[in-house]
Design a protein around this ligand. Structure first.
Ligand SMILES: [Zn+2]
Length: 436
């Protein structure tokens, strides 16, 4: 047994509690069982406890210059996303290459401080494979919450995306939900309305009947799993929330009364503000003009919708729809999203909570990770500065740890090189590797 003592650090524990100015985080490493490491202590500086430190233990003084916080979550990712979208389910990659690309992107996300990813739909069940490999410690990557394949209506949003499954009628939706559950998905993802990617579909109205959605929700809930839905319009959000949907994705257009209903029902909101605030980035990827125009159109009401959610205390989580590590506005998409949440009215402390504790709760893993407290698995980051006061300090990432193990660190006294799945010279350093 060995311990790491991170002393004199500022600590933001992710639950929304104010920062501890002179804090201490103690990690206990169980040599024979990598995934049994845990947080032994998290709280104010404890000199008595520090006296227990032995010769083999590791002590790092953060000199109150660094803030420790839980690793970030990105709960709306598609690690096999190809932009611009290949048309008509043309699969340029195939399952084996897709898995490798997804792993590389997951590794980049981890380097950016993202320690958990919820993959809300992809092809070939690569997310289930990745989750299995990570949970067996075969690979170093973020924790994965897998949704398997997206369910959509025939001709509905994403019908032409590789891996999506088209259904019509409550029996087909139920059958496909059961098939997803049998594969071991953590959550069901479906598309209920049109979106930004479709050339002809509208953001208004809906593509799935309430009877079909109710069948999916009943089937998933009976198995103890949540349902997340791509939702663009106010009417569709309201009806889905009334039917017991767990997580609303996007909410490009939502009224205040619907936001109030979400708060009342405890429905989670994943705003993906990056998408409607990243027009320049989409343009740089040569996305088709209709997608750019629709992003601009959605942008007109998106921020206001999320502001209603903030003002009415809806539980907000952090997701981007872009890759977690995509370079945008001088940082990565995940940090950019947290910053945008503060523009929607969350305080920096609340925005950090959205990207940590709330997201962990959504994923059903808040008893394991997503905050800093004794007994949790020890997924955390350190940034230089005070992100709970100035959210842009999240850009000053200096250390990433997962399962109490350092992934990399630039903190003086404990320098650890970024881990090496990435080809030297092709690391994520303000520019993403595009030749997938
Ligand atoms: Zn999405």
């Amino acid at each position: 047994m060995k311990r790491t003592y991170l002393i004199h650090g500022r600590i933001v524990d992710g639950t929304g509690s104010p920062a501890i100015e002179d804090g201490m985080l103690v990690l206990e490493h169980i040599e024979e069982g990598y995934d049994k490491d845990f947080i032994y202590y998290c709280g104010t500086m404890d000199e008595e406890l520090l006296k227990e430190a032995g010769e083999n233990d590791n002590i790092l003084d953060l000199k109150k210059e660094y803030t420790l916080l839980p690793g970030l979550f990105n709960v709306h990712s598609h690690l096999d996303l190809e932009l611009p979208y290949p048309p008509l389910k043309i699969d340029f990659w195939g399952p084996a290459y897709r898995s490798l690309v997804a792993y590389r992107r997951a590794a980049e996300a981890l380097n950016c401080g993202v320690t958990t990813i919820r993959n809300v739909g992809g092809a070939d069940d690569f997310d289930l494979a990745l989750k299995k490999a990570v949970s067996k410690n075969l690979l170093c990557a973020p924790n994965i919450i897998a949704c398997g394949s997206i369910l959509t209506a025939h001709g509905g949003h994403g019908y032409d995306t590789v891996g999506s499954i088209e259904c019509t009628g409550k029996d087909e939706f139920m059958k496909e939900t059961r098939k997803q559950l049998a594969k071991g998905v953590d959550m069901i993802k479906l598309c209920y309305t049109g979106g930004l990617a479709g050339a002809v579909e509208s953001l208004e109205g809906k593509q799935i009947t309430n009877e079909e959605l109710a069948a999916v929700i009943e089937t998933a809930h009976a198995a103890g799993k949540k349902v997340a839905a791509h939702l663009s319009s106010d009417q569709a959000i309201r009806e889905s929330v009334e039917l017991g949907l767990d997580s609303v994705e996007h909410a490009y257009h939502m009224t205040e009364s619907t936001a109030k209903l979400m708060a009342e029902k405890g429905t989670y909101l994943i705003a993906t503000l990056c998408v409607s605030n990243g027009v320049d980035y989409l343009q740089s990827l040569n996305c088709p003009i209709h997608q750019i125009e629709k992003s601009k159109e959605a942008g007109k009401t998106h921020m206001q919708s999320i502001q209603y959610a903030v003002q009415n205390n809806v539980k907000i989580c952090c997701g981007t729809d872009l890759l977690p590590s995509d370079p945008i506005d001088g940082t990565n998409a995940t940090v950019h999203e947290v910053e945008l949440l503060t523009k929607a009215g969350l305080s920096p402390l609340q925005a950090i909570k959205a990207a940590t504790f709330n997201s962990a709760e959504l994923c059903g893993i808040s008893h394991i990770t997503g905050s800093l407290k004794k007994g949790l698995m020890g997924d955390f980051i350190a940034v230089e500065g005070r992100p709970d006061e100035n959210i842009a300090d999240l850009r000053n990432l200096k250390m990433v740890a997962k399962n109490c193990r350092l992934i990399w660190s630039d903190v003086p006294g404990q320098k650890v090189r970024r881990f090496s799945v990435l080809q030297p010279g092709y690391e994520m350093e303000g520019g993403v590797f595009k030749k997938w």
